[in-house]
Design a protein around this ligand. Sequence first.
Ligand SMILES: C[S@@+](CC[C@H](N)C(=O)[O-])C[C@H]1O[C@@H](n2cnc3c(N)ncnc32)[C@H](O)[C@@H]1O
Ligand code: SF4
Length: 388
Amino acid sequence: MKFSIDGKERTLTGFDALSNNEMKALIYKEFLKEGLSLPWGILTGIKPLKLYAKADDKEAFKEKFFISDEKFELMERTFKNQHLNFEPKYSLYIHIPFCKGICSYCSFYTNDISKKDFDFTKYIDTVIDEMKIESKIRDISEPDSIYIGGGTPSAIDRANTQRLLKYINENYKFKELTFECGRADTMDKDLLDILDKYGVSRICINPQTMNEETLKRVHRNAGFDELYKVYELARGYDFDINMDLIIGLEGEKRDDYINSVKKLIAMRPESITIHNLALKIRAVLAQNDFKLENINLSKEIYARLYEAGYEPYYMYRQKMTNSNLENVAFSLRSKASIYNVISMNDLTSIYAFGAGAVSKYIDKDNLERKFNYKDIDLYIKNVYNKDI
Ligand SMILES: C[S@@+](CC[C@H](N)C(=O)[O-])C[C@H]1O[C@@H](n2cnc3c(N)ncnc32)[C@H](O)[C@@H]1O
Ligand code: SF4
């Protein structure tokens, strides 16, 4: 095999009898000789902790994949915090694919309600019917956790939010119910009252950055007056609050990120999730020729979170990310989300509802996925078995 590092050509031979990992290791060693290394070495894949958990000899695992001390310690620390004090059975996920404007970095499947009207009543009716249909196939009435995610679930009207939550509250028993509000500009006291009344235990209010200029740049029109106001209001209820940040957003520099982290720590949400920007082809940014800055602040940011009492409890990786780094959720003691621990480790099946939702059927080591139609009309037709 021929390849070059910084213009210097290399030739490696004898690959025929080698496994993929052995080939990667041979090539990686050539990079090490040039003083070039990666935080995760040659370890790829979305869920590094699943491999870590399976490895009998953790040190050998570290060496086999050339994982840096820093990332290995992060894995050890995260793994330790993934306790559930019960035997999980299954969980439910409900997808609400609507947003008030599309953020420039986003590649999630969602629909822009500022551009087109959608019939939320029909959508929520269908989601409820889909759940009822599933209930006839299996008992899903006592899930460990339920996650209502998006998109921006709080972007739909209050009457339909209330209808969905009332149905869930009256028909399901659960330990945790998350409502991923996301953007502060879709939240108000009426919404919080509804969430509280129907048993929501966890909400997300995601700033992504604490720099208002950046928010405008990434077309996320959720200002800080709203953020602080909504956060204060939400603190008046019993919710655990998660807040997301992204490292690598267009135009941000080291001080912006550190400032964002400091401000979030000062607010003391129960959890803070640090994402590194992933540049995905569907995102407006990627279509605008944006290049990743490749800024690596994880050591400094995580140290600040540790010092403030936050511990990592789940992590995942994506392709094409800022500095090839990971996404990590940190929480205060005993505030890890049940749903996230279960879903990130594929501990149990997750039955998912709504357009674009993906169900996971897990039986011991076997995992199968079922994908719902993303298009709203196709999704609705399919639930009612109409010709597509
Ligand atoms: C399901 S998403 C969106 C939740 C909600 N709609 C919002 O924007 O607040 C969950 C999180 O993924 C992160 N995220 C979204 N796009 C990303 C990207 N391109 N790279 C890295 N993280 C991203 C954001 O922090 C976001 O809050
Ligand atoms: S980042 Fe969140 S709010 Fe922004 S478009 Fe994506 S799903 Fe919607």
